[in-house]
Design a protein around this ligand. Structure first.
Ligand code: UDP
Ligand code: MG
Length: 320
C-alpha cells in the first residue's frame, strides 16, 4: 500500500497456457473491471493487466500481442518454454513489481472460472491492512465429481502432513507489494505458492465466491499433472514421509520384541518347526533395523533438503 493513501497500482497477473480460446474475452473482462475500479477510485489509473504466456503451443502469444497493441493497460510476457503454472505466476509477479511498480498483485486463472468481481472486495480488504487476501470457493458444484473428491482428498492429506493449505483456495489471491517481495525471497526451484503464502504469515483475509465452469478450451490440469502437482506440493513442504519411515522401523522392532515372546513360547512348547524361530525373529528384527537406519539417514537428507532451499528465516511485519 502507498504511504500517502494514493490509490494502489494493481497488476492483475494472468497465467496463460494454450488459452487462445478464452483469452480475448477474459482479458477484456479484466480490463473493463480495471476501468470500473479506477472510476470508483479503488485503484490507480496506472493499474495493468499482465498476461504471461507459459510457452503456449497455440496462438496465445499472438492474441496477447493483439490485445496489448489495442490497450495501453495491457501487457504481455512470454516464457521461452512451458515452465508450469506456479512459475508463470512468479514470472508475472516479478515483472509486475519491477516494471510497473505495482502495489498489489492479483493472480487469477486465464479462464476466469474464479469470479473476477470479488477483486473489488480484495482491494478493500488490502486497504484495511491485509497483505494477503485469498479467494476461496464457496462450493465446487461446477467441478466434476472426480475432481471434487480428488482435490478434497488432496487438501486433507496435505494438512495431515502438516503443510498448511487453505481448503478450497487455489491460486486466486491478492498479495501486497511486500508480500510479493517476501515470496520472491524464497530461493527454491519448486515453488508451491499456496503453501508458501500461508507459511509466510502477514495479515490475511479471505473472500468467498462461486466458481463457474470453464467457458472454452480444456483444463490444463489433467489427472497426471494433478498428481504431480500434489506430489510436488507435499514433498516441497513436508518431511513427514521420511519420518514415517523412521516410525515404521521402530514399529517393526517393536513387533520383533513381541515375536520374541511368541517364538520362545513356541520353541519351548515344542510346536515350532526347527529353524522357524531364528528365521522368524531375524526377519522382523533385521527388517526393523534396515527401516530404522533408512529413517535416520532420511532425517539427515531431510535436513540437507531444508537447508538447500535457503528459505528466508523471517519476514518483518512492522517496526516502531
Ligand atoms: N497454466 C499455466 N501453465 C501450465 C498449466 C496451466 O500457466 O503449465 C495456467 C492455465 O493457463 C490457467 C491456469 O494455469 O490460467 C489454471 O489452469 P486450468 O484452468 O486449466 O486448471 P483447472 O481450473 O482445470 O484446475
Ligand atoms: Mg480453470
Amino acid at each position: 500500500m502507498n504511504e500517502d493513501k494514493k490509490q494502489p497500482i494493481v497488476a492483475v497477473v494472468l497465467p496463460c497456457y494454450d488459452e487462445a480460446l478464452v483469452l480475448d474475452s477474459s482479458a477484456h473482462r479484466i480490463l473493463d473491471l480495471l476501468r470500473e475500479m479506477t472510476c470508483e477510485g479503488l485503484v490507480s489509473a496506472e493499474s495493468v493487466l499482465l498476461m504471461v504466456d507459459d510457452g503456449s503451443r497455440d496462438n496465445t502469444w499472438d492474441t496477447i500481442k493483439q490485445i496489448s497493441a489495442q490497450n495501453v493497460h495491457s501487457h504481455g510476457v512470454k516464457l521461452s518454454s512451458n515452465r508450469g503454472h506456479q512459475n508463470a505466476l512468479l514470472a508475472g509477479m516479478e515483472r509486475a513489481l519491477d516494471r510497473f511498480g505495482a502495489d498489489a498483485m492479483i493472480t487469477i486463472d486465464a479462464d476466469l472460472q474464479d469470479d473476477p468481481n470479488v477483486m473489488k472486495q480484495m482491494i478493500r480488504l488490502m486497504n484495511e491492512g491485509n497483505d494477503v487476501v485469498l479467494g476461496v470457493r464457496k462450493s465446487r458444484t461446477s467441478d466434476s465429481f472426480f475432481k471434487r473428491t480428488t482435490s478434497h482428498m488432496f487438501y486433507r492429506f496435505m494438512s495431515w502432513l502438516g503443510a498448511d493449505v487453505v481448503y478450497n483456495h487455489a491460486d486466486y489471491r491478492l498479495l501486497s507489494r511486500r508480500a510479493v517481495e517476501a515470496v520472491l525471497q524464497y530461493g527454491e526451484r519448486n515453488m508451491f505458492l499456496r503453501g508458501i503464502v500461508n507459511q509466510m504469515g502477514f495479515r490475511q483475509a479471505k473472500v468467498y465466491y462461486d466458481r463457474t465452469a470453464r467457458t472454452a478450451g480444456e483444463t490444463k490440469y489433467p489427472f497426471k499433472k494433478m498428481v504431480n502437482f500434489a506430489i510436488d506440493g507435499i514433498t516441497s513442504f513436508s518431511v513427514k514421509p521420511v519420518r514415517m519411515v523412521l516410525g515404521l522401523g521402530l514399529l517393526f522392532i517393536l513387533m520383533a520384541v513381541f515375536q520374541l515372546v511368541y517364538v520362545l513360547y513356541s520353541y519351548f512348547s515344542n510346536v515350532a518347526v526347527s529353524g522357524w524361530s531364528s528365521l522368524m525373529l531375524s526377519l522382523w528384527f533385521v527388517g526393523g533395523c534396515i527401516l530404522l537406519s533408512l529413517g535416520v539417514i532420511g532425517e539427515y537428507v531431510a535436513k540437507i533438503y531444508i537447508e538447500t532451499k535457503q528459505r528466508p528465516r523471517f519476514h518483518i511485519e512492522d517496526e516502531v
